[in-house]
Design a protein around this ligand. Structure first.
Ligand SMILES: [Zn+2]
Length: 152
């Protein structure tokens, strides 16, 4: 599957999407990363016992990074939405209230200008869609997503 990232760039930008649960039923895929001091735009994937960053730094902080798989109803393709912990818990709470999440079409709206770290996203349920033509087992793994975004 070709990986395409999902972005809402500007304040009040909106898109119509369906969330695709990962195998196991989670609405997101999550991985652990380090943010090197002075270079926060290039996070490093923590591989646990074999992590070079952990070995060369004493007790470096670990953060989580989330990826949501979405079906973009307008673009008619699957995209991946990268999120940081900020605001993601609320998002997950909202999504976990839906038993048949793969049928629910939402509007996602961005509230915050480009570059604003306090940007939030609102989800508005729109309607149910009866045609889930999505196979979660074909989704790329979270490490593939991370490496796609941050390989340099
Ligand atoms: Zn590590």
């Amino acid at each position: 599957m070709e990986i395409k990232m999902f972005h809402l760039e500007n304040d009040r930008d909106t898109a119509k999407v369906r969330f695709i649960p990962y195998p196991g039923g989670f609405v997101y895929a999550k991985l652990r990363v380090h943010y090197p001091k002075g270079d926060p735009m290039h996070p490093i994937r923590c591989t646990g016992d074999t992590c070079e960053y952990c070995k060369t730094h004493s007790n470096p902080p670990l953060r989580h990074k989330y990826f949501f798989a979405l079906y973009d109803e307008d673009a008619k393709c699957i995209k991946f939405w990268e999120r940081w912990p900020l605001g993601t818990d609320q998002l997950c709470d909202t999504l976990n209230n839906y038993k048949d999440i793969e049928h629910q079409v939402f509007a996602i709206t961005r509230f915050g200008d480009k570059g604003n770290l306090a940007t939030r996203y609102a989800l508005t349920p729109l309607y149910k869609s009866a045609t889930p033509e999505l196979d979660p087992s074909e989704l790329p793994s979270v490490t593939e997503l991370f490496d796609f975004k941050y390989k340099f």
